[in-house]
Design a protein around this ligand. Structure first.
Ligand SMILES: NC(=O)c1ccc[n+]([C@@H]2O[C@H](COP(=O)([O-])OP(=O)(O)OC[C@H]3O[C@@H](n4cnc5c(N)ncnc54)[C@H](OP(=O)(O)O)[C@@H]3O)[C@@H](O)[C@H]2O)c1
Length: 333
């Protein structure tokens, strides 16, 4: 089983990475976990402006890069936040993140969400009712400015998160380069099989985020914990491995990259064992039956009157309101 995914840019991206979106309150906890992870073999680190920890991760990169590890040994991804979608703001968004992270370049830089927000009033600019102030920016225009980042050497590859196939087809039809990577929620409950097939067909690597259904997420609908599902516990017992490892292994066997987040040393070491096991066809089929097409990562806002509403509900670039059949999705040259 290969430990890397070959991107359409020619780069090799480690198929197992470390997520860094951490909800704990203790400052430096994620940075400490990242250092431990790198020391123990993780080479792919998934960062983002909106995780609000780039500075602390940057201090850690500064401490270890060039000493404990060389920059070229790491594959570091960042994400453009929605307040910087206007083409003239994309470079500033990227440079701000690089500066905070103490890096000269990203191996991969994503558009984090397809919807754009007004610039100049923090990360989540809101109107008098508490709704996000969206602005109308065509994601293709943002993408073209992302292409310029590659030309300037600030990033080696570009990708998208939370885009649907229609939005990716728009990019493919109107820009010079197609996404190297799509990052999207994917786990046994929300498998995103159509997107997986679309990516496979178009040589776009897919990374599934929230492999375990983001159980520590402090907001959103409480859903049953994936890792205690009887289908998984049975498979885990059969292989004498944890249910977490069975989920990660299922993903990489179906060609999907994974970026589980943890701050616990035991879990960080545990997740590395994904390369020391193999699921059989029956296990793979069993996990496929768990798909319920239920998304956990759907950002919300609480309005002034206390109503909770989906953050991008009223925005035409919301990637989640688009329904597609497999035939439609795959019907593209
Ligand atoms: N692009 C996007 O829009 C987007 C959205 C969501 C996430 N992401 C990325 O994907 C990463 C992962 O997603 P996520 O953080 O939402 O959720 P996740 O990886 O599904 O879940 C993280 C949780 O799983 C626990 N965990 C990790 N390894 C485990 C193991 N071996 N056994 C049992 N539990 C384990 C962690 O524990 P601890 O309590 O020890 O930490 C943490 O509570 C993020 O950190 C972020 O980098 C991207």
């Amino acid at each position: 089983m290969s430990r890397v995914m070959k991107l359409n840019t020619g780069q090799e991206m480690p198929i197992l990475g470390l997520g860094t979106w951490h909800h704990g309150k203790e400052k430096g906890e994620m940075a400490k976990a990242m250092s431990f992870a790198i020391k123990n073999g993780y080479r792919h680190i998934d960062c983002a402006h909106i995780y609000l920890n780039e500075t602390e991760l940057g201090e850690e990169f500064d401490r270890i890069i060039g000493k404990d590890i060389q920059r070229e040994e790491l594959f570091i991804a960042g994400k453009l936040w929605s307040t910087h979608h206007e083409p003239e703001r994309v470079e500033e968004g990227c440079r701000n993140s690089l500066k905070a992270l103490n890096l000269d370049y990203f191996d991969l830089y994503y558009i984090h969400w397809p919807a754009a927000f007004e610039y100049g009033d923090g990360n989540l600019p809101k109107d008098e009712n508490g709704r996000i102030r969206h602005i109308d920016v065509n994601p293709v225009d943002t993408w073209k400015a992302m292409e310029d980042l590659v030309k300037k050497g600030l990033v080696k590859a570009i990708g998208v998160c939370n885009f649907n196939t229609k939005q990716m087809k728009d990019i493919m039809a109107n820009a010079e380069t197609k996404p190297a990577v799509l990052q999207v929620e994917s786990n046994p409950r929300m498998q995103n099989e159509i997107l997986r097939k679309f990516c496979q067909k178009h040589d776009i690597a897919m990374i599934g985020f929230s492999s375990f259904g983001s159980p520590d997420l402090p907001w959103g609908e409480k859903l049953p914990h994936i890792l205690i599902d009887p289908i998984l516990t049975t498979i885990a017992e059969k292989h004498k491995r944890s249910t977490a490892l069975c989920v990660l292994r299922w993903q990489i066997q179906r060609g999907v990259g994974v970026i589980p987040k943890s701050v616990l040393e035991t879990e960080l070491l545990e997740n590395l064992k994904v390369f020391d096991m193999e699921l059989d066809d029956d296990d793979m089929r069993q996990i496929e039956t768990m798909d319920k097409n239920i998304r956990k990562i759907v950002p919300i806002v609480t309005l002034k009157d206390g109503t909770v509403e989906l953050r991008d509900l009223h925005n035409k670039n919301n990637g989640f309101t688009f329904e597609e059949t497999e035939a439609d999705a795959l019907n593209c040259a």
